[in-house]
Design a protein around this ligand. Structure first.
Ligand code: ADP
Ligand code: GLC
Length: 486
């Protein structure tokens, strides 16, 4: 397996809304370190093109169906992986996020914006490609790229195999049936064995149906999405493809997230100098207007504010802390109601609870370093990266045992402590009461320094680097290529 086109709607550092941005920054680079010639294809967002003034046009595509003519730009690299940007000003040069306008409403033409991205990915992977560089594999990420396998199916002549990586099954890219024609797809594809999904057109369903192989981002989530409860309407289809579906745990970028070298925190440290972590706690308390000192256990949250993440339980927890010696620092942005609830909570509990609404990467690092324990009570979590960052920063995570959280966090009890595997705290029941009970358990452990140090040491010693996972992706690419030759 030699060449991979990694297609992503997010381009770090310019356009990132969550973990997919981190994965786009790190996985292509890890694949290249394993001698796989990997290139990244992403939309030519205005911020990225402005930051990369040396971008040169390497191909042009004519208008097709409802798509306007567009250009492909060669524009620097993402940590060493050459970056191709799809320049279509009327689709991608807009204020707002990758998917939404400045008021957080989905762009009404998202099907066209990401349909075009998918189509160009397929062209680059087919005999019609204008580039000399031709990928063996088109690696799609989430719904905005998941129509590429359908377009590849339509391509004539030799073409790449496709792999769809599911980072979050709850975003499926479902649009009105009338979008079929503007997307340039034939009526014959609007079928159960095709892009159709309950009378509508679904990008993700199309990818799941047409791709040679499917990956999701943790082994537990791979099992969960095949159930009725976790399948979000696609469980049956995923069960039908279970032989081609595998869960590969995301890695983390161990250079960006390294407490011993991190310039974004108040004081660097490793396990042998863990006492210096408290300098970060003080800095964090100052930043969030919390009472200074070591008397209280400081809990941190960095999150998209969404139902998925159990932030409503964090709001409940904040109100229920009572006399517990616990402080809370929350950084996040997203659903308006949650933003308002959190802001109100901080106003009611000044000095105990601090909230920053916004997206701030530097502050995210200080929270990982400065808090004592990290909260991630997700209802579901395909992989989750923050719990791995926390482990590396000696900040035991408190999580709900679901998806990738269940695969990375080992709950602290007598048995796991004795076995030396405990690294944090987890609970199963999806409720605020279960979260509160687990925070109490964590508080007991925090008050027992030998136990706490054991947890920190274990977490800091774990290897979550990308190299092992990149090898697994390579095996998936090879299996996909074998299938296509059958
Ligand atoms: P998801 O992709 O579901 O949002 P992950 O845990 O995989 O969850 O990844 C989230 C990433 O986004 C992490 O790198 C996290 O630090 C970052 N992040 C989320 N919200 C914010 C925020 N408000 N400010 C800074 N970084 C954030
Ligand atoms: C998604 C998931 C998250 C995962 C990330 C990267 O946004 O919600 O759990 O870590 O993608 O794969």
């Amino acid at each position: 397996m030699h060449r991979v086109l990694f297609v992503s709607p997010e381009i770090p550092p310019w356009v990132k809304s969550g973990g997919l941005g981190d994965v786009t920054a790190a996985l292509p680079a890890a694949l290249r370190a394993s001698s796989v010639d990997t290139r990244v294809l992403a939309p030519g967002y205005g911020v990225a093109l402005e930051a990369l003034p040396g971008a040169v046009c390497v191909a042009q595509f004519d208008a097709h169906a409802a798509f306007p003519a567009c250009r492909l730009m060669s524009a620097g690299d993402v940590n060493g992986a050459p970056l191709l940007l799809l320049d279509c000003p009327e689709y991608f040069r807009r204020p707002g996020t990758a998917y939404q306008d400045s008021a957080f409403a989905d762009w009404p033409d998202n099907h066209l914006r990401f349909g075009l991205l998918s189509r160009v990915a397929a062209i680059l992977g087919s005999a019609a490609s204008p580039l000399a560089w031709r990928p063996d594999v088109v690696h799609c990420n989430d719904w905005p790229t998941a129509l590429a396998p359908a377009y590849l199916r339509l391509a004539e002549g030799a073409h790449a195999v496709s792999v769809v990586a599911i980072h979050n099954l709850s975003h499926q890219g479902v649009f009105d049936a009338a979008t079929l024609h503007p997307l340039g797809l034939p009526l014959s594809m609007f079928a159960i064995d095709g892009v159709e999904y309950y009378g509508k057109l679904s990008f993700l369903k199309a990818g799941i149906f047409y791709a040679q192989r499917l990956v999701t981002v943790s082994p537990t989530y791979a099992r969960e999405i095949q159930t009725e409860e976790g399948g979000q309407g696609l469980g049956g289809l995923l069960r039908g493809r279970q032989r081609e579906l595998i869960g590969i745990l995301n890695g983390i970028d161990t250079k960006v997230w390294n407490p011993a070298m991190d310039r974004r925190i108040a004081h660097t440290y490793d396990f042998s100098t863990i006492a210096r972590k408290s300098v970060n706690k003080l800095a964090l308390q100052r930043r969030f207007g919390l009472e200074l000192g070591e008397e209280r256990m400081l809990l941190g949250v960095v999150s998209r504010l969404a139902h998925q993440k159990g932030i409503d339980w964090v709001v409940g927890l904040g109100g229920a802390l009572g006399n517990l010696p616990v402080q809370l620092a929350v950084l996040g942005s997203g659903e308006k109601e949650l933003e308002e609830d959190l802001t109100a909570l901080a106003q009611m509990h000044r000095g105990r609870i601090g909230v920053v609404i916004g997206f701030d990467e530097v502050l995210a690092h200080l929270i990982e370093a400065g808090c004592d324990a990290f909260l991630m009570p997700s209802r579901f979590e395909p992989c989750g990266l923050n719990q791995m960052y926390s482990l590396r920063y000696g900040t035991p995570p408190i999580v709900r045992a679901t998806g990738g959280l269940a695969d990375t966090v080992v709950d602290c009890d007598r048995t796991t402590l004795a076995a030396g595997t405990a690294n944090g705290f987890s609970f199963v029941e999806p409720s605020m009461a279960a979260l509160l009970a687990t925070v109490r358990r964590a508080l007991d452990a925090w008050n027992t320094p030998t136990v706490w140090r054991t947890l920190q040491k274990r977490g800091m010693s774990l290897d979550f680097s990308w190299s092992a996972s990149a090898q697994r992706y390579l095996s998936v690419y090879q299996a996909a290529a074998r299938d296509s030759h059958l």
